[in-house]
Design a protein around this ligand. Structure first.
Ligand SMILES: Cc1ncc(COP(=O)(O)O)c(C=O)c1O
Length: 389
C-alpha cells in the first residue's frame, strides 16, 4: 500500500447501494433522487434562462490567475456589497473550483494550535475533511434534545477556537439570522477566534438571503471566512466555481496555495459564472429561487408531516430533516424506497460523531427536494406513503 486509503464521502454509500439494487444511477430518468444535494439545473418558474454557451478568446485559453479572474472577483464583491452592504472589495475574494475546495483549503492551513468546533449534526464532508486532515474537533450539541438548534452558549469557551458552520445548515435547514447571527459574528471576530460560515445555500431562504457579511464591520480585523458557490443558487454545480471571502492576508495565502497546488480555476467556468452574476439577472434569479424553493419546502413539509414523519427542518436550504416513525432506521427505510427507484440520505451520514444506523440520529433522514420539479409531488408522496405502511 502506498497511498493512504479513505472512503468517498458518505452519500456515495447510498449511491452505490442504489446502483446495486436498481441497476440505475440516482438522478437518471425514472429515479427519485431524494438523497442528492443538487438543485434543478434548468430554468425555474420566474427565473432567468441559463446561457447555453460561453465564447472563448485566445486570452481565455491562457492560464487563469491563481486567485481568480478579476471580473469574477469583482462581480462577487459587487454582489455582497449590493445585497448585504458588505464592506469588502475584490481583494477580499479568492476563487476556488467549487465550494468544497475552499473549505478544504481553509481547514488544511489552519494552524495546529487552533481547535475546530462543529455542530453535532452537519454537512457530511466536514467529517471526512477533518478526519483526513487529522484535526480533532469539539462537538457543539445539536440533536433532538435541542431540536437541532444550539445557541452560542453551547459553543466551546476559550482561545483559538475555529467554528465551522453551514448557514443555512445542511441537513437541518436551520438558519441563523438577524441578532443571533450578529452575536455569532461578534463572538468569532474577537482576538484568537475565527469561523467559517459556509453559505452555499444563501439564496434558499424564506425571504431575503442571509449572509454573515452583512454583519462583519471590518473583515481585515477578523479571522472570518465566508464561503459561497455557484453550485446551488446559480444552479450550476457542473461549473465547479466557488469562493472564499476573507481578510486580504488570507486571500494571499490562498493565492500562494493555488500557485502551486491548484493552478487556478477554469477560465471558461469563470466567464460563465461572471455572466450569471450580472446584477439584474442575479436579482431575478435570487427572487425566483427563494420563491420556488420556499413553496416546495412548505408543500413537502406538509405532505411529509401528514405521513407521520416528525419534522425538525428550519426555513433554509432544500432539505427536510425528519424522524422516521416506530424506530425505523434510515438504511432500512432506503431498502424499501429502492424498490421504487427512490432513496433518501440516512441521517447517520450527518452525524459528526458517526454513531451509525442505531446511533443517536439513526432514525433521522434528509429528504432533498433540490432536484425536484413541481409536478413530481403527487407521485413522490405515493411512494413515500407506500414505504411507510
Ligand atoms: C453545506 C454545503 N457547503 C458547500 C457545498 C459545496 O458544494 P460544491 O463543492 O459542490 O460547490 C455544498 C454542496 O452540497 C453544501 O451542501
Amino acid at each position: 500500500m502506498i497511498l493512504r486509503r479513505f472512503p468517498p464521502m458518505g452519500v456515495y454509500e447510498t449511491l452505490f447501494r442504489f446502483a446495486e439494487v436498481t441497476s440505475k444511477y440516482m438522478g437518471d430518468a425514472g429515479t427519485h433522487p431524494w438523497a442528492q444535494g443538487f438543485p434543478l439545473t434548468s430554468q425555474i418558474p420566474g427565473g432567468p434562462p441559463l446561457p447555453d454557451s460561453v465564447s472563448i478568446t485566445a486570452e481565455d485559453r491562457m492560464y487563469p490567475k491563481a486567485d481568480g479572474q478579476m471580473p469574477l472577483r469583482q462581480a462577487i464583491a459587487d454582489y455582497y456589497r449590493r445585497v448585504h452592504n458588505a464592506n469588502i472589495t475584490y481583494e477580499n475574494v479568492a476563487v476556488f473550483a467549487g465550494g468544497r475546495p475552499g473549505i478544504f483549503a481553509i481547514l488544511s492551513f489552519l494552524l495546529e494550535d487552533w481547535s475546530v468546533a462543529v455542530e453535532e449534526t452537519e454537512y457530511t464532508p466536514y467529517y471526512d475533511i477533518l478526519k483526513l486532515l487529522r484535526r480533532p474537533h469539539q462537538l457543539i450539541p445539536s440533536n433532538r434534545g435541542n431540536r437541532f438548534r444550539p445557541g452560542l452558549s453551547d459553543h466551546p469557551e476559550g482561545d483559538r477556537v475555529f467554528m465551522v458552520r453551514s448557514n443555512p445548515l445542511n441537513p437541518t435547514g436551520v438558519t441563523i439570522h438577524g441578532d443571533e447571527l450578529q452575536q455569532m459574528v461578534d463572538h468569532y471576530s474577537q482576538d484568537h477566534r475565527g469561523a467559517l460560515f459556509d453559505e452555499a445555500y444563501e439564496w434558499f431562504t424564506t425571504g431575503a438571503p442571509v449572509s454573515a457579511l452583512a454583519h462583519i464591520k471590518d473583515i481585515e480585523a477578523t479571522n472570518l471566512f465566508v464561503c459561497g458557490a455557484a453550485t446551488k443558487g446559480l444552479q450550476v454545480p457542473g461549473m465547479r466555481v466557488g469562493w472564499v471571502v476573507s481578510a486580504k492576508r488570507h486571500v494571499e495565502a490562498f493565492r500562494n496555495y493555488s500557485s502551486f497546488g491548484m493552478g487556478g480555476v477554469s477560465r471558461a467556468s469563470q466567464l460563465y459564472v461572471t455572466e450569471l452574476l450580472e446584477s439584474e439577472r442575479a436579482t431575478q434569479a435570487q427572487a425566483a429561487i427563494a420563491s420556488y424553493y420556499t413553496s416546495q419546502r412548505d408543500r413537502y413539509g406538509e405532505g411529509l408531516k401528514k405521513l407521520g414523519l416528525e419534522l425538525f427542518s428550519g426555513d433554509g436550504g432544500f432539505y427536510h430533516w425528519l424522524r422516521l416513525p416506530d424506530g425505523l432506521s434510515g438504511d432500512a427505510f432506503n431498502e424499501r424506497l429502492m424498490k421504487h427507484n427512490a432513496a433518501v440520505m440516512p441521517g447517520r451520514l450527518c452525524d459528526m460523531a458517526r454513531r451509525g444506523d442505531h446511533g443517536a440520529i439513526g432514525d433521522m433522514i434528509r429528504f432533498s427536494f433540490g432536484p425536484l420539479k413541481a409536478e413530481s409531488y403527487e407521485g413522490d408522496m405515493e411512494i413515500l406513503a407506500a414505504c411507510l405502511k
